[in-house]
Structure formats: structure tokens, C-alpha cells
Design a protein around this ligand. Structure first.
Ligand code: UD1
Ligand code: CA
Length: 408
């Protein structure tokens, strides 16, 4: 089996996003776009990922700290996608295997699709293979130009298309596999002869064809997988598609999502069997939900939330950085932040943990089988012993509990 690496292009300035944040760090369902691209590559056994960064490169690198399969490659001037590939030359000039080339702004790429691309490439013994998509609206994408026998002649960028080429619906989502040596040879020959004076990787493909090497395309990309993120509008489109995937996977696994359209679940969330997610629930960040829970409607679960089995959260409950043990119920209007809540605790309507004292956040510990009446304010730091009963409307501080203890 040939050795395989990936080059991921992520150096662009992303002027169309109009952003200070490097484009590939913009989040899709809670994870930076680039994370999905890296995972898709790993999913087909790529062990070295050459990520080309430029604009905001240090920030990107920092966001992926602790990942040792990435080689960060600097492209100081953004002179086009072929130029970006060439910035990896020092690492890859002697590499004899296959090189995947993907873009950091294509988070919808999937390992299954890459597997099809690899399969086609190897079966055809091609020098380069493109995975393509057929779109109803191909505007903005490079078009795949084929001759009347169906052979690929090249890729023409949207801006450079002749009128009849604009009607071509087969596009280049920028998912390529190359014979590495042929890739670098061709990229070096690319000229910036286009309106933007950029070195286009798509021209390298045309070069490879012109020198007589075999280039093939496999129409393996579903339209919704082809979306590249160049604008905030496309970011929201990509996020919506990703959201559908996340929910589909959860439903396949055994989670009920009553209304997918009004529910938003972070890519990092884990949810157990037979849990029901009611409409208008927003799960954001690293959240773990056990089995048999009922969440929502209108629940907001934030990073660090852990729900054990059979927890019930109702309308307008917000949970952050807290563990709720088995059987906890908070059915109406509650905020629980930085707390450990024991088994079978009942949190009454409108009760909250006051976890921030103006300077720092403090922890609340609520023992097993406690009853917290409606409208209670639990001022952290606070420890409630197992079985405590808090009357409705009480403001509870550690001081008041200690005081009570002395009287008893
Ligand atoms: C590119 C393709 C186009 C394809 C589309 C799919 C080219 C010339 N065009 O167009 O055929 O349909 O993707 O989404 O390749 N980048 C660098 N360094 C540079 C320039 C770009 O790293 O000097 C990176 C960008 O950060 C981005 C990627 O390359 O992640 C693609 O660049 P972008 O400008 O977004 O190209 P598109 O116009 O989308
Ligand atoms: Ca793009």
C-alpha cells in the first residue's frame, strides 16, 4: 500500500468573510472548520498532515496544540493554491507516495468520500484524481471541463469561465489526490495568468493533463458535501448541513430528537440511549448526557455539563459546568452552574445557583435526595448535606447553614 500524506490549504486571508479570526478557526457546530478536515484525512489513514497557514497562522497552530500528526507550513505571501502547495516542497520533494490536497474551508468532507477517491485513483492508476460534485447552482466553483468522450480537459475557475462554461454543473470541491512527484512538478510550472495573478492549483491539474498523464474524476461528492466556506452565509449553510449529520447520527444510535429543525447539538456532545431531546434545545460545547433523560423544551446546556441517567430538565433550564447525578429533576426555569448535584435531587421552579461573586466562580455541592423548593437562591460556595430540605424562596449561603448547625 502506498504511503499517503495530506496537504491542507489554510493560509488564505478570507476577505469574503470579513473577519479578524483566521477563517479555518470559525466554528461549525462548535468545532473549528479545520478540525473536520483533519479528521476526514485521519479517517483514511493519513498519518502526516501538512497544514499550510499564513494569515493568523500562529493562532491556528495554537488552537490545535498537542496534535502531533500535524506539520505546520508557513506560506508568508498568499499567492494562490498552487503556491500554497509549493510551500510544502521542503518537506515533500522526495516523497514518492500519494498526496491528498484539501482546503481548510471545506469542513463537510467525509472520510467515506475520500475512500472512494482513493479507490478510484488506485484502480485507474491515475496521476491525479478529483472528486467532483454536480450542483444545481454551480456559481462560484471551478468547473470541470470534459471532452465529448468524458475525459477531463481541465478545471476553469468561475471568474475565468467562458459563457457556455458557466452552464457546466459539475464542479471542483477541491478534493484531490495526486501522485506526489507529479503534483510538485506541475505546480512549479503554473503561471499566474489570470485576473487575480494567482498561482492556481487547478492550473496544475491542467498541466498534468497536458503532459500526458492520466487524470480522472469521480463524481463521488454529494452536493451538500461540496460546500466551501468563503462567506458567513456559507458558514451558516455548512453549519446547518453539519447539524443534520450530527442529529442523524444520534438518531441512528437511539436518541429521540423531537424536532430537528429547532434543536442544535454541538459536534462534541455525547448523548445516551433513549434520551429525548425536546424542541428548542441548544446543546453547546462538551456536554455528556446519559440514557433515559428528557431535555427541554427550551433547555440550554453549556460546556462541562454532565447529566447521568434519567435526568429530567424542563423549560428554560440552563446548566453549565455541572454534574447532575441520576434522577435529578429541574423542570422549570433554573440555572445550575459549577455545581455537583446528587442523586434524585429535586430543583424547584426558578431556583438558581449564584455561582459568581463578582470576582470568581464558586462551586455548589448538593447532596443526594435534597429538595430545593421553588425560587431558592443557593449562594456558592455552598455545601448542602444529603437529604437537605430548602424551603421555597430561601436565600441560602454557607454562613446561614453553619449558623443553623450551631443552633441545632
Ligand atoms: C477553490 C478552487 C475552486 C474550487 C473551490 C472549492 C482554486 C484556484 N480554486 O476556489 O476551483 O471550486 O476552491 O471550494 O484552487 N489558500 C492558501 N493560500 C493561498 C490561497 C488560498 O492557503 O495563497 C487556501 C485558502 O485558505 C482556502 C483554500 O486555499 O482554504 C482555497 O482558497 P480559496 O481562495 O477559498 O479558493 P476558492 O475561490 O474557494
Ligand atoms: Ca474556498
Amino acid at each position: 500500500m502506498p504511503e499517503r500524506v495530506a496537504i491542507i490549504l489554510a493560509a488564505g486571508v478570507s476577505s469574503r468573510m470579513n473577519t479578524q479570526l483566521p477563517k479555518v478557526l470559525h466554528e461549525v457546530c462548535g468545532r473549528p472548520m479545520l478540525a473536520y478536515v483533519l479528521d476526514a484525512c485521519r479517517g483514511v489513514g493519513v498519518q502526516k498532515l501538512y497544514v499550510v497557514v499564513g494569515f493568523g497562522g500562529d493562532e491556528v497552530e495554537e488552537a490545535f496544540q498537542g496534535t502531533d500528526d500535524i506539520v505546520w507550513v508557513k506560506q508568508t505571501e498568499q499567492r494562490g493554491t498552487a503556491h500554497a502547495v509549493l510551500s510544502c516542497k521542503q518537506y515533500l520533494k522526495d516523497f514518492q507516495g500519494q498526496t491528498l490536497v484539501l482546503c481548510g474551508d471545506g469542513p463537510l468532507v467525509r472520510a467515506e468520500m475520500l475512500q472512494t477517491l482513493i479507490g478510484k485513483h488506485e484502480m485507474e492508476r491515475a496521476a491525479a484524481t478529483l472528486a467532483t460534485a454536480v450542483l444545481d447552482d454551480p456559481t462560484g466553483y471551478g468547473r470541470i471541463v470534459r471532452d465529448r468522450y468524458g475525459n477531463i480537459q481541465g478545471i476553469v475557475e468561475d471568474a475565468n469561465c467562458a459563457r457556455e462554461q458557466l452552464a457546466i454543473r459539475e464542479v471542483n470541491p477541491s478534493y484531490y489526490l495526486f501522485n506526489n512527484q507529479i503534483l510538485f512538478e506541475a505546480a512549479e510550472q503554473v503561471e499566474p495568468d489570470n485576473v487575480k495573478h494567482e498561482y492556481y492549483l487547478t492550473d496544475a491539474v491542467s498541466r498534468i493533463i497536458a503532459t500526458g498523464h492520466k487524470v480522472v474524476a469521480v463524481t463521488a461528492v454529494r452536493p451538500e458535501e461540496a460546500v466551501g466556506v468563503n462567506s458567513r452565509a456559507q458558514l451558516s449553510v455548512a453549519s446547518k448541513i453539519m447539524q443534520r449529520r450530527i442529529q442523524q447520527e444520534l438518531m441512528d444510535y437511539g436518541v429521540t430528537i423531537v424536532d430537528p429543525d429547532t434543536t442544535w447539538i454541538d459536534a462534541r456532545a455525547k448523548i445516551g440511549l433513549d434520551t429525548v431531546i425536546e424542541p428548542f434545545t441548544y446543546i453547546h460545547g462538551e456536554v455528556r448526557i446519559g440514557g433515559g433523560c428528557r431535555v427541554g423544551p427550551f433547555a440550554y446546556l453549556r460546556s462541562g455539563t454532565v447529566l447521568e441517567d434519567d435526568v429530567v430538565l424542563g423549560v428554560f433550564t440552563e446548566i453549565k459546568n455541572s454534574t447532575l447525578a441520576e434522577g435529578v429533576r429541574a423542570r422549570h426555569h433554573s440555572y445550575i452552574g459549577d455545581a455537583n448535584v446528587g442523586r434524585n435531587v429535586n430543583v424547584g421552579a426558578g431556583s438558581i445557583t449564584a455561582n459568581f461573586d463578582g470576582q470568581k466562580v464558586n462551586k455548589t455541592y448538593i447532596g443526594d435526595n435534597c429538595y430545593v423548593g421553588s425560587g431558592a437562591i443557593l449562594i456558592a460556595p455552598l455545601v448542602l448535606k444529603d437529604g437537605s430540605h430548602i424551603a421555597a424562596g430561601t436565600v441560602v449561603s454557607q454562613e446561614s447553614i453553619d449558623e443553623l448547625g450551631r443552633k441545632e
